[in-house]
Design a protein around this ligand. Structure first.
Ligand code: GRF
Length: 193
């Protein structure tokens, strides 16, 4: 019997990737049918992603980093909150915090992040703009394992796309690619586990 595969998502903002992952894995199709998102956690109490998750019946929790003086204390309480759900995989989806050893050393399951560039190019919060402006005809999306260095862990999946002629269309193309690639990345881990 296949064991249930439990995902926890961390986010800080709009949550369109989280919504897409929930939509996909709660659709109960073929290989994904034992996979579910058990909890969505945000460091930002106003994150729209919380409402999106709730609208799909997924439990949410808020842990505001502003309530903590030390990063390590926030990370340690965040680890407790994540571990309460006993996830098999943790997904960062627009989670705007770098995680320290206080979190990473407590977590024994893979942690993935999605980033809207062809890493190692264009790390950081302005990756879509930065990659649109560079000289290449291509941009892309990467899903990588999380380490304590920003956007730097081993790449699990990466795909490139030609750049649209304006940033608005490019941004849309990048987000569409993100939705496809994050599901692929999760399935890759799931099938290898
Ligand atoms: C995405 O572009 C993701 O790659 C980046 O942050 C953005 C989050 O968007 N890390 P959303 O909150 O999933 O809509």
């Amino acid at each position: 019997m296949i064991k249930p595969f439990n995902l926890v998502i961390l986010l800080s903002g709009a949550g369109s990737n989280a919504l897409n992952l929930i939509g996909h894995f709660h659709d109960k199709t073929y290989f994904d049918k034992h996979t579910f998102v058990s909890k969505v956690i945000s460091n930002n109490p106003d994150a729209k992603g919380l409402l999106k998750a709730q609208s799909k019946g997924v439990k949410t929790a808020i842990l505001n980093h502003k309530d903590f003086i030390r990063r390590e204390d926030f990370d340690s309480v965040l680890a407790n909150l994540v571990l309460e759900s006993s996830p098999n995989l943790i997904l960062l989806a627009g989670f705007m915090r770098v995680l320290s050893e206080a979190f990473l050393s407590r977590i024994k399951v893979p942690i993935l992040n999605i980033h809207p560039s062809l890493l190692p190019l264009h790390k950081g919060a302005h990756a879509i703009e930065d990659s649109f402006k560079d000289a290449s005809q291509f941009g892309g999306v990467s899903v990588h394992y999380v380490t304590k260095e920003l956007d730097s862990g081993a790449i699990l999946v990466q795909e490139k796309i030609p750049k649209a002629s304006n940033i608005k269309d490019y941004e849309k193309d990048i987000h569409d690619l993100e939705y496809k690639l994050y599901v692929e990345a999760v399935l890759k881990v799931l099938k290898g586990s």
